[in-house]
Design a protein around this ligand. Structure first.
Ligand SMILES: NC(=O)c1ccc[n+]([C@@H]2O[C@H](COP(=O)([O-])OP(=O)(O)OC[C@H]3O[C@@H](n4cnc5c(N)ncnc54)[C@H](O)[C@@H]3O)[C@@H](O)[C@H]2O)c1
Length: 438
């Protein structure tokens, strides 16, 4: 008989749906949701209505964040899922582990070294399991790269060149809401690049040792907007006529879920999801260039751009027996939001992903890729959920990630944030001591 675990979830925003839907649907034989917790009652009520309509699920008890400990005591979850905003992850991870729960947290595990230390210490003290859900590892393309590198296709990896592009829709979204303040998200070096740095740690089976880089806000933000003559005058889209001519403006009312989750919930907490990307208070970077040395001896040059015309990545691995090159185009261009639809995207001309293996002294070989369109993130989300809810035994690629992977993945970005401030290279071990994996 399969044990049906009891799950509570904290943070009922957009991302929570992946987990709550899975527990109401494909994985309901493995887990049962027992409670919702958030600072915002309207978002919890929305999800109760949503699952009642979709699956006839009885409404779950809801707890405001101030009653989190009472929720654990009354509902006795075996596991807590953390999908709240990044700066709050550590609080819930630590309190749940201390109360005897295992925890599944969204990336990034947390946003700075001090909070990461608190999580590692609590995990050591309590022995509880902490899963960090790195869905990108499960995307077929990324799994294929791991398989090739692990098989020795290019020998020992000597260096990596990695460029990730976020376009003017997805990239811009981080400048509309809480992510745009470093205190909330750690900036894109932590919030977003935790995915990329986790992939590299996993692909290379290595850890970052020294990080150096430069980061700047060069495209979004008030000064850049003024200099280029962008629409900087409105604070948020809703209620402001001038927002309608801004190609970056987000009209939440065009989408039913965004309306329910944000517009109809904002009276409680002033969480405005549609702010102007050319605002004064933005303190994160939109262009970041790093050089990293890994403890295997490999080096990496890395660049993250958040204002690109197209979205995707290019990566090249140089090895002792050859080179592996990858190009992934997720969206080849974006339409301005003034010619409106909420997903103003253009998948029509997007090229298929390409992996080319170039062994030394041989002809290059194009590698076939498994195609999958099932679920989000190239099919990564559904495979990840299987590992999370059913179990992750016998995966030859070792995709399941725990607290040590979570900590290692954020430390590259946390060290980069330090380097941006000081102009000096940063040794990761000077910021946090992460125990070796056994
Ligand atoms: N792996 C992925 O691909 C992926 C994709 C999107 C988001 N995420 C992660 O999921 C998390 C949530 O992102 P989102 O896009 O759903 O954000 P969101 O803003 O839509 O939702 C965040 C929720 O947290 C709640 N919250 C805020 N402060 C809180 C507190 N102190 N206590 C409890 N709840 C609080 C908010 O009310 C909101 O309901 C983030 O950590 C993000 O990094 C991961």
């Amino acid at each position: 008989m399969t044990e049906v675990k009891r799950y509570a979830i904290v943070g009922l925003g957009h991302r929570s749906l992946m987990y709550t839907d899975a527990l109401n649907n494909e994985f309901k034989d493995y887990g049962k949701l027992v409670a919702f917790c958030d600072t915002n009652q309207s978002r919890m009520d929305y999800y109760n209505r949503y699952f009642q309509d979709l699956y006839q699920a009885p409404p779950l008890p809801t707890y405001l964040a101030t009653d989190f400990d009472r929720m654990l005591a009354e509902q006795r979850p075996d596991r807590l899922i953390v999908t709240s905003i990044d700066r709050t992850h550590h609080e819930y991870i630590v309190r749940a582990m201390e109360a005897g729960c295992d925890v599944i947290t969204e990336k990034p595990m947390t946003v700075d070294a001090e909070k990461a230390r608190a999580i590692l210490e609590t995990q050591k003290k309590t022995g509880r399991q902490l899963i960090v859900t790195f869905n990108y590892r499960y995307a077929p393309l990324n799994s294929k790269i791991k398989e090739l590198l692990q098989s020795g296709a290019i020998g020992d990896i000597i260096s990596v060149h990695f460029e990730w592009l976020l376009d003017t829709s997805h990239g811009a979204d981080y400048f509309r809401r809480w992510h745009r303040n470093k205190e909330n998200s750690g900036g894109l070096m932590v919030h977003k690049a935790t995915h990329h740095f986790d992939l590299v740690n996993w692909w290379l089976s290595s850890r970052p040792e020294t990080v150096f880089g430069f980061g700047k806000l060069a495209f979004y933000g008030r000064q850049n907007g003024l200099a280029r003559g962008e629409v900087t005058s409105y604070p948020r889209y809703r209620g402001y006529e001038e927002a309608k001519t801004d190609p970056y403006g987000l009209d939440l009312s065009q989408d039913e879920r965004l309306t329910s989750l944000y517009l109809e919930a904002e009276h409680e907490d002033n969480y405005f999801r549609d702010k102007n990307v050319f605002a004064e208070d933005i303190d994160i970077e939109d262009d970041m260039a790093l050089v990293i040395r890994y403890d295997s001896g490999a080096t990496m040059t890395y660049h993250l751009t958040a204002y690109s015309p197209w979205e995707g990545y290019r990566i090249a691995f140089n090895g002792s027996k050859g080179r592996l090159e990858i190009l992934l185009e997720e969206n080849s261009y974006r339409l301005p939001r003034t010619s409106y639809n909420i997903e103003a995207t253009a998948k029509d001309v997007t090229l298929p992903p390409r992996i080319v293996l170039r062994p030394l002294w041989e002809k290059p070989v194009e590698i076939d890729l498994p195609t999958s369109t099932e679920g989000g993130h190239g099919g990564g989300d559904i495979r990840l959920l299987r590992d999370v809810f059913v179990g992750a035994d016998n995966d030859p690629l070792g995709r399941a990630a725990g607290h040590l992977d979570g900590a290692t993945s954020i430390m590259t970005g946390i060290a980069a944030n330090r380097a941006f401030k000081t102009g000096e290279p940063v040794r990761v071990s000077d910021l946090l001591d992460i125990p070796a994996k056994v």
